[in-house]
Design a protein around this ligand. Structure first.
Ligand code: TYM
Length: 350
């Protein structure tokens, strides 16, 4: 079963008037979310909720591929709700839920798994990358992208704001949707990535050849909840190159990454920043990047502390989200079950 679509996915410019359905997820892993999660995904989530119908969820079933400590996963899932809210996700405008609260996701993943080719799944690069980096090479890790496809198609999402590392999974999602539609009739909307122009892939500060990641941590990862001193230390010790010019370029991965971060944190285009730092050394530049990130995350840390102190509220957000998401998920699954030929259970007369 080869890729059915093969078509390119153009970056979308969302029209403010079109009330598109938006969906995205994040795994409740790591000690908190990291700068790349904020830049590549969550800041867009917060920005999209006014104009679009948004579903955001914690991919706790996907987190199981890392075999986390059970108590830690439970605690981290709740903490993650507080972090999302602190970063601007608003449960009165968006549906916020935990993936495992909706068993329909796993059901749809099985259905899609029966349409996905083994070779097609083998072409997903994340399995090899994660397994090489120490994640157990389980069947769950192998079928991870199929569950992700189910997450997206369940809600008929048109736009999926994600970082660059998730694009291949979105291509698979589109292929599976097209295959399902061709076989069983038009059922699923085809999702598009939401691609920002800056910061789709924030790099590790200690190794700008690879992406910043919750799974790697260390001095190369800025956690959203890091205290200001730690943020400053990490950014000041970021690996750069031997030159002196603050310019973006292929041979200057470290400086390019810091320019991207400063651009996102200040809202100033990279070109303006290059001009502003002409003739200044890396030291001044790094100090300003550190300061900008501290200013960006300080209010988030403060809001997080307040929200985390009220676990009942966080559980209530997830309960409300599960009810809202469940209505959509059940509708999709009723349609899917009927189309693929599953016999509906007979109602028992009482
Ligand atoms: P996760 O938890 O690894 O990451 C959450 C989001 O953050 C983005 N991201 C980055 N963006 C830019 N630079 C980085 N260094 C960086 N690191 C992470 C990711 O691209 C992602 O958008 N498989 C997903 C979770 C998921 C999902 C879904 C997402 C499950 N089902 C359905 C969208 C739709 C993941 O592991 O995200």
């Amino acid at each position: 079963m080869n890729s059915a679509s093969g078509d390119k996915m153009p970056p979308m410019d969302l029209q403010p008037t079109a009330r598109l359905r938006v969906l995205s997820g994040i795994r409740p892993t790591g000690q908190s979310f990291q700068l790349g999660n904020y830049v590549g995904a969550v800041r867009h989530w917060a920005a999209m909720q006014d104009e679009h119908e948004c579903f955001f969820f914690l991919a706790d079933l996907h987190a199981l591929t890392e075999v986390p400590d059970p108590d830690r996963l439970r605690a981290r899932t709740r903490e993650s709700v507080a972090e999302l809210l602190a970063m601007g996700v608003d449960p009165s405008r968006s549906t916020v839920f935990a993936q495992s609260h909706l068993p329909q996701h796993v059901e749809l993943a099985w259905v899609l798994g029966c349409l996905a080719g083994f070779g097609e799944a083998q072409r997903m690069t994340q399995f090899k990358e994660k397994a090489a980096a120490g994640t157990p090479a389980s069947v769950g890790l192998f079928t991870y992208p199929v569950l992700q496809a189910a997450d997206i198609l369940m809600y008929q999402a048109s736009a999926v704001p994600i970082g660059e590392d998730q694009r291949q999974h979105l291509e698979l999602t589109r292929d599976l949707a097209q295959r399902f539609n061709a076989r069983y009739g038009e059922t699923f909307a085809l999702p598009q990535p939401y691609a920002a122009r800056t910061g789709e892939r924030i790099k590790d500060l200690q190794d700008p050849g690879r992406k910043m990641s919750k799974g790697i941590g260390g001095n190369g990862t800025v956690w959203v909840l890091d205290d200001p001193g730690t943020v400053t230390k990490k950014i000041k010790s970021a690996v750069t190159d031997t030159g002196r010019e603050v310019l973006a370029g292929e041979d200057k991965a470290g400086i390019t990454n810091l320019l991207t971060i400063l651009s996102v944190a200040t809202g100033r285009p990279v070109r303006d920043l290059e001009l502003a730092y002409a003739g200044k050394g890396y030291g001044d530049f790094k100090a300003d990047v550190a300061q900008a990130v501290v200013e960006l995350f300080t209010p988030i840390r403060a809001r997080y502390a307040q929200l985390a102190a009220d676990p009942g509220h966080l559980d209530g957000v997830l309960a409300q989200g599960a009810a809202q998401a469940g209505a959509v998920a059940e509708k999709t699954m009723a349609d899917v079950r009927e189309r693929i030929g599953l016999l509906a259970p007979a109602r028992q007369a009482c």
